[in-house]
Design a protein around this ligand. Structure first.
Ligand code: BZD
Length: 797
């Protein structure tokens, strides 16, 4: 877009005046932000309308990505970058005496997700627009996002995230596209003339689903796709008492704050059906504007089920095809399976959704009938070939439950995990029986990230430095980053790389100072672990590493200075995770205030980790902690973001760490710990004893004792709980088993840090290899292998 600075300034001033009847310098930063957003909206509005119009005219195949979570992050800088006007606009702002960073910070970061799954969904939206794929998001417009986290006395306190208090400047309410979603009631089946059955619904509770569309601006493609989020309202003209109104509003009021856990609550089931039914209805309605025959739906539409939360899309599409389109079961089923695909994001038992049949049947009676019929036919079709046992293990209905992952596999033509190891383990564990029946459906699609946000926007120092060496081509095609390898012996470049990192560390040090009142030396190694707090992610192992360093320093040993940076939210009901949060904060208190160690060791736990805080932490990281127990982390994506900005990974061979090592070279990562196969064997044969390690290893003994012997003030209760998990429950996540090997790997990094150029060379190897983890490539692969949708701007892979 050929926008000049003066044109922008004029338009911005005009919009400010029109919106607030005042000159720019009279406005609050929030008002300035709003005026700027309106200005930017004008720059893409036509492209958005044109994109939709083009999709209607060409009838190219549409992907609908169904996800109960989306974590897009703030959109202003991203929209400017993608429109190709970021530099111009920032210049204009400065000319007006305004600081772009201050204005960007006015935007609320929509926390409409818990973690990796939600962020991945948003990255896919950005990438689909950026490679020119017709990708649509379908989700929930939560009125309150994931809680805001504070620490009070080291404990996590959750505050409501009222992110819509100031208006969201990007969404547009599409009242004319609202649909009705029906719950409860009874269904009567009446034979039709043609022999099929007509479903008649009585006494349903009806809710209006109103869509809010947010533009997904492609990176200099002219493509603007749509993320559609649904909000629940009362149906106009119907009389409701207060309790009913409250029940309706509750549907889209809050995000469930459990990561990798199934809530199993009726409200959650209502939420799932809400956005699934609204989404499917709107897809079918739109489709019917252009086609009569729904049997061709899979040629024009792919629906993706992001984990099992939208798995009832299978049932809802069947319902519409059977009851409203009067298709035969066989044809409806063939259309449904050809349309649907499913991604699994976790192997953890507690995350596997299964609904009590009674609950499901009373809330969604017609869907339950369809589930029963799917189950009946599935058993009938496969029992002879695979036997009772396997069919029982794989059928959607069993033990009074409806098992959503199984329903998703049976109702989809493709199923994938999110990293190689995870996709293999899926086939060996939770989906084993279904893999035997449908081996051809199973694939792997390793996750990806958007370098645009994590490098171009969050790390301009690195981005401009890269430009000087290989030109700006990597900004469109991140694989071009591999050309940086040519400079691994260019000492000047390595020195510049160190300087760019230093600049970012200064900024983070400043943030730590402002937020925590803690002074950290930017010359220290910044050792970062940012992700949800979960036992399997083993923040505890990281804490034990800190305690070891503390003891060594107290003992007079010398160590290179390190700052340990944490960001992590715990699910409000997750006791153990909250205990670890308290422990980290208590250890921070201990070491940060001890003059005997605090020139060498600091702990900074920044509250309220999310996309925006990630943008400030990631560019400053030297070490990326990816230390989950092997076989537990499906992929991880902070591992990719951190490598892209030149952090060196300290990792187990888990999730996408494996692909990262393969890409960057095995010496570019500090690997430690048991392999997934070793963990599996130890679990199977019961050969692991945490107590034995505690008894035999004096260092482990000492550190485990520190949890309860008063060395760490204020953790009497939490320390005991954690100690019990280790010693009484035999350390489910093998923290003690991997401890020595973790320490050794961490010490190797200390060693390496003594030779800054050698360190920088490894950082460079990581940056150079990071391009293959662009989500642009991930969605292109999904398009080729699963959705049968091709990018129109080929991302050259
Ligand atoms: O998905 C995460 C995995 O734990 C990561 O390893 C992986 O990188 C990302 C993206 O594939 N899973 C989740 O984030 N899961 C959830 O957020 C979740 C939320 C609610 C209920 C169940 C799971």
């Amino acid at each position: 877009m050929a926008l000049t600075t003066s044109q922008f300034v004029r338009e911005f001033e005009d919009n400010a005046l029109a919106l607030f009847a005042d000159e720019l310098d009279q406005l609050s930063p929030q008002q300035q932000y709003q005026a700027l957003a309106v200005t930017v909206k004008r720059y893409y509005a036509k492209q958005w309308a044109d994109t939709k119009d083009r999709y209607d005219r060409t009838q190219e195949k549409q992907v609908y990505y169904f996800s109960i979570e989306f974590l897009p992050g703030r959109l202003l800088a991203s929209n400017l970058l993608n429109l190709g006007i970021k530099d111009t606009v920032e210049k204009g702002l400065r000319k007006l005496g305004l600081d772009p960073a201050v204005i960007y910070a006015q935007e609320a970061d929509p926390g409409l997700g818990n973690g990796g799954l939600g962020r991945l969904a948003a990255a896919f939206m950005d990438s689909m627009a950026s490679v020119g794929m017709a990708g649509n998001g379908n989700g929930i417009r939560y009125q309150y996002g994931l809680f805001q986290q504070r620490f009070v006395d080291g404990y996590q306190v959750e505050l409501p995230d009222d992110w819509l208090r100031d208006p969201d400047m990007w969404e547009t309410r599409k009242e004319n596209r609202a649909v009705i979603v029906k719950y409860g009631g009874q269904v009567a089946l009446r034979p039709r003339q043609n022999g099929s059955l007509q479903a008649i619904y009585h006494d349903t509770d009806d809710v209006l689903a109103v869509p809010y569309d947010t533009p997904m601006v492609g990176y200099q493609t002219g493509v603007v796709n749509t993320m559609r989020l649904w909000s629940a309202e009362t149906v106009p003209g119907r009389v409701h008492d207060l309790a009913e109104k409250a029940r309706i509003n509750a549907i889209t009021q809050i995000l469930y704050p459990d990561d990798s856990d199934s809530a199993g609550r009726e409200l959650r089931l209502r939420q799932e059906y809400f956005f699934v039914s609204a989404g499917i209805q709107s897809i079918v309605t739109h489709f019917k504007r252009f086609h009569r025959d729904l049997s061709v739906l899979p040629h024009f539409v792919a629906i993706h089920i992001n984990d099992t939360h939208p798995a009832m899309a299978v049932l809802e599409l069947m319902r519409i095809l059977l009851d409203e389109e009067e298709m035969s079961w066989e044809q409806a089923w063939q259309v449904t399976v050809a349309t649907m695909s499913y991604t699994n994001h976790t192997l953890m038992a507690e995350a596997l959704e299964s609904w009590p049949q009674a609950m499901f049947a009373s809330l969604l009676p017609r869907l339950f009938q369809i589930a029963q019929e799917i189950d009946r036919r599935f058993r009938l079709t496969y029992v002879r070939r695979y036997g009772e046992l396997i069919v029982n293990q794989a059928a959607p209905l069993a033990d009074g439950q409806l098992r959503m992952a199984f329903l998703a596999v049976i109702g989809s033509h493709a199923v994938n995990g999110v990293a190689k190891l995870h996709s293999e383990l899926l086939k060996q564990s939770v989906l084993k029986a279904l893999y035997q029946i449908f081996p051809e459906r199973f694939t792997n699609e390793t996750n990806g990230i958007t370098q645009r946000r994590w490098v171009q926007i969050a790390d301009p120092a690195l981005a401009t430095l890269i430009d000087t060496k290989i030109g700006p081509g990597w900004r469109r095609n991140p694989l071009a980053l591999t050309r940086l390898r040519e400079f691994e012996d260019d000492e000047q470049f390595l020195t510049d790389l160190i300087a760019a990192k230093q600049q970012n560390k200064l900024k983070l040090a400043d943030l730590i100072q402002r937020q925590l009142g803690l002074t950290v030396a930017p010359a220290s190694l910044f050792d970062v672990q940012i992700k949800r707090l979960h036992a399997y992610k083993r923040q505890l192992l990281h804490v034990f590493g800190i305690l070891e360093a503390y003891l060594a320093l107290k003992n007079g040993e010398d160590r290179p200075p390190r700052v340990h940076v944490f960001g992590a939210k715990a699910a409000p009901s997750y006791r153990y995770a909250k205990a670890v949060i308290k422990l980290i904060n208590a250890v921070a208190d201990l070491v940060n205030h001890d003059p005997a160690v605090n020139t060498k060791l600091k702990v900074a736990f920044l509250p309220n980790y999310g996309v925006s805080l990630g943008e400030q932490i990631i560019p400053a990281a030297d070490i990326s902690e990816q230390i989950s127990l092997a076989g537990t982390e499906a992929s991880g994506t902070s591992n990719m973001k951190l490598m892209a900005t030149g952090a060196i990974t300290l990792a187990t061979l888990d999730g996408a760490n494996i692909e990262i090592r393969d890409a960057a070279g095995k010496d570019s990562m500090a690997v430690f710990g048991l392999t997934a196969a070793q963990v599996e064997a130890a679990q199977r044969d019961h050969t692991y004893s945490a107590r034995a390690l505690y008894d035999q290893d004096p260092l482990i003994h000492r550190i485990v004792d520190m949890l309860t012997d008063g060395t760490i003030p204020g953790v009497a209760t939490e320390g005991r709980e954690i100690q019990d998990e280790l010693l009484e429950y035999n350390d489910n996540y093998f923290v003690l088993a991997d401890f020595r090997s973790y320490l050794a790997a961490s010490r190797r990094l200390d060693q390496l840090s003594q030779t800054p150029l050698a360190w920088a060379r490894l950082a460079l190897a990581n940056i150079a290899a990071s391009g293959q983890f662009a989500a642009d490539f991930t969605v292109a692969r999904y398009g080729r292998e699963i959705w049968q949708v091709l990018p129109s701007q080929p991302a050259d892979e």
